[in-house]
Write a protein that binds this ligand. Structure first.
Ligand SMILES: [Zn+2]
Length: 383
């Protein structure tokens, strides 16, 4: 049902969409004639979503000392509100250029504009009271302030379309954008309105669906839905998780991915030996499933349970600042090869880079690209 992983196809830069400040030269002319050799189309590399934000933009120490924000956390930004968007744009360019310099095939905006992966979208919706937030248990079991749902969840307007347009305008590579999943957002809210969590999650799904359609229309090559709480709350996920996820993907024809994980290594330290919610994802409409295998040393035979999916294979351990060698990365890729055809593998970190120092994030990204190259060459030699 899903085609080959996204290929690094060159897109023409659309001059008319360049209404953003270009503090870096935009690749034009000869740079556009990139022709990838067939071999380089195997094992494309990408990040899960977030890149390390600069210290001058956000108070990373405070960010790291608290649970990921579910309501807004304006106090974390170091830049005054009137200059914040400009600063976030500039920091996004840095994130894009770092990914390009490291050699990634599919780049994201680094989620530089977000305080957490989910709250930028979740707090923009109608039906939530942010001034009088509620409480929900985080996946660690600790209470965290969350949006209090007091009315019907509805998307008032597109939330991340400008983010996609900005990214599209500033790179020639394939682009991916992430959006929080409906199941996860429902777990990160206090329900004071709906008769059931499923009903609430379904309205989140309608909002996510509209956003996904808009993000593809704005030029996204891949849209990734982040659903880490499917792993954290497997019983509820089994009950209605796939239904709401598929509602979010209804009518979507572009390449979609779902990321599930064990939580940020910086926040959730322990790793179980395997996923509690995995084979069930066969039933979801997304093409790609993003999983972590590095820190958890996942038994990759479990990947055979997702025969109809491409696997975004997590090969970077984000619990340590130690930068992997390309050989280590290559070994982690090889672990998956007996269980997933190489054509169906996309190479990625375990999770987001948000809490890593920038130089570490860059080093790991580079090692990942070099490790993928090693295995690509081996596969070419075998072919
Ligand atoms: Zn994750």
């Amino acid at each position: 049902m899903c085609g080959a992983p996204p290929r690094p196809i060159q897109k023409k830069f659309n001059e008319t969409s360049n209404y953003f400040p270009a503090i870096f030269p935009i690749k034009t002319g000869s740079h556009l004639s990139l022709v990838e050799s067939p071999m380089s189309l195997l094992l494309p590399t990408t990040i899960v979503g977030s890149y390390a934000q600069p210290d001058w933009l956000i108070d990373r120490k405070r960010l790291g000392e608290r649970f990921p924000p579910r309501v807004r956390a304006q106090e974390l930004w170091r830049v005054a509100p009137e200059w914040l968007e400009q600063a976030q744009d500039d920091a996004t360019l840095l994130a894009i250029r770092d990914q390009e310099a490291a050699g990634l095939d599919i780049v994201t905006d680094g989620e530089v504009r977000r305080e957490s992966y989910s709250n930028r979208f979740a707090t923009a919706l109608e039906g939530v009271d942010l001034d009088n937030p509620g409480t929900a248990l985080d996946r660690s079991g600790h209470p965290n302030p969350v949006p209090r749902v007091v009315g019907k969840i509805r998307r008032k307007h597109a939330v991340q379309v400008r983010d996609v347009q900005f990214l599209r305008a500033h790179t020639d590579r394939q682009i991916k954008i992430t959006v929080p999943g409906p199941f996860t957002m429902a777990q990160q809210a206090q329900n004071d309105f709906y008769g059931s969590l499923e009903e609430m999650a379904m309205d989140y799904a309608v909002a996510v669906n509209a956003e996904i359609q808009d993000m593809f229309a704005a030029g996204a090559d891949v849209v990734q839905i982040d659903e880490p709480y499917m792993q954290a709350r497997p019983d509820a996920a089994r009950e209605y998780g796939i239904r709401v996820l598929n509602r979010a993907l209804e009518g979507v024809t572009g390449t979609t991915a779902v990321h599930i994980c064990f939580g940020y290594a910086a926040v959730i330290h322990a790793r179980p030996s395997g996923y509690s919610f995995l084979p069930e994802l066969c039933e979801c409409k997304a093409c790609q499933i993003s999983l972590e295998t590095a820190q958890s040393r996942l038994d990759c035979s479990v990947l055979e349970k997702l025969p109809n999916k491409q696997i975004m294979l997590g090969v970077l351990d984000l619990s340590t600042n130690e930068i992997e060698t390309p050989d280590e990365v290559a070994a982690r890729i090889r672990r998956a090869l007996p269980h997933v055809p190489a054509e169906n593998l996309i190479i990625a970190p375990d999770c987001g880079f948000k809490y890593l120092p920038r130089e570490v994030a860059f080093g790991k990204m580079k090692a990942m690209v070099d490790g993928a190259r090693l295995v690509r060459a081996e596969l070419g030699a075998q072919a």
